[in-house]
Design a protein around this ligand. Structure first.
Ligand SMILES: NC(=O)c1ccc[n+]([C@@H]2O[C@H](COP(=O)([O-])OP(=O)(O)OC[C@H]3O[C@@H](n4cnc5c(N)ncnc54)[C@H](OP(=O)(O)O)[C@@H]3O)[C@@H](O)[C@H]2O)c1
Length: 292
């Protein structure tokens, strides 16, 4: 029986992944590891840990675990590490792969809506402003949010991660560089703006997308609705409905009032599911079916 570990099993993503693993349709055994546990040899493991912990765990485990899937941003832009959303680019994983990165949750919501359009449109620019849930910051932020006097209560906070030398936040830079890598569009321009809002779970983005061609709105809706785990709705969908669901929901599609090659829309999805644990579960299912 193949063994797959969840490392960081007591965090928000780790706990969600424990539930997600029950949906895997190939037989395997799950092993759970917390902070101070000794980790045995495994066929695969998902690191549900923050950057420095993931880096240290990778060094410790790389010779003991055949496939490591990392949820943190530590390895995402390393050119030898595939950055994978199975609906989009599972072909980036090969028999030689040992380490796979799962993308930033906000970037996931953006690229899930861009990828289906690429067969018909040459996408050149994407602007987004995010409305990111508290659970995206891990269990400590959720505890802070539930503590009286939290900065995040009844508020929106326009900084996620740390401010970089060029003034961008680290979260915003992920939106630029991860989008280019996942979509294999090295020249696409991404204009990100990331904001934490007082919503417990499920991220949202307002997106503006530009292509070389004029958009046909009916075709865009059809492309979205025929893409796996993506649903367009003419009715509004909010994080309340998206929380706990596997689909990425899109609504409010409209053509720009002046430029037919520009569209605007709203995206909402469960950051702990498609933004993290569901994506990890899909990668593990792919590995079990194809490489283990
Ligand atoms: N939350 C999201 O929506 C989301 C989305 C996409 C990606 N991610 C990424 O996923 C990772 C986990 O996020 P999270 O929200 O689950 O954070 P979290 O709630 O803070 O959980 C992190 C867990 O890692 C554990 N841990 C730390 N060092 C460890 C070690 N050496 N061995 C085993 N476990 C260890 C922690 O243990 P203790 O319980 O002892 O502290 C904690 O339970 C992060 O890299 C995050 O950026 C999160």
């Amino acid at each position: 029986m193949k063994t797959v570990g969840i490392i960081g099993a007591n965090g928000l993503v780790g706990r969600t992944l424990q539930q997600e693993f029950k949906k895997i349709t190939v037989p395997f055994e799950t092993k759970l590891f917390g902070r101070n546990d000794d980790i045995s040899a495994l066929d695969a493991a998902v690191l549900c840990t923050d950057n420095p912990d993931s880096a240290a765990l990778y060094e410790k485990l790389k010779d003991r675990v055949r496939f490591l899937v990392d949820m943190s941003s530590q390895f995402r832009l390393n050119k030898n590490v595939p950055l994978v959303i199975p609906e989009i680019n599972s072909d980036a994983i090969t028999a030689q792969t040992r380490l796979i990165a799962s993308p930033n949750c906000t970037t996931t919501g953006l690229v899930m809506t861009m990828a289906p359009l690429m067969a018909h449109y040459h996408l050149t620019e994407a602007f987004f402003c995010s409305y990111q849930a508290i659970s995206g910051g891990g269990k400590k932020l959720l505890e802070d949010f539930r503590t009286p006097g939290s900065l995040y209560a009844n508020n929106c906070v326009p900084l996620i991660g740390s401010v970089q030398d060029n003034g961008y936040s680290s979260e915003e830079l992920k939106g630029i560089y991860e989008t280019r890598k996942i979509l294999r569009l090295p020249r696409v321009k991404v204009y990100p703006h990331t904001v934490r809002v007082a919503v417990e779970n499920a991220h949202s983005l307002g997106v503006t997308l530009k292509a070389e061609e004029a958009f046909d709105l009916q075709q865009v809706k059809t492309l979205w609705n025929t893409f796996p785990n993506l649903t367009y709705s003419d009715a509004i969908v909010t994080p309340k409905e998206a929380s706990g669901r596997e689909e990425t929901f899109v609504c409010r599609l409209r053509q720009d009032a002046e430029e037919p090659n520009v569209i605007h829309y709203f995206v909402t999805f469960d950051n702990l599911l498609k933004g993290a644990a569901m994506n990890g579960r899909q990668i593990v299912q792919f590995l079990l079916e194809n490489f283990l």
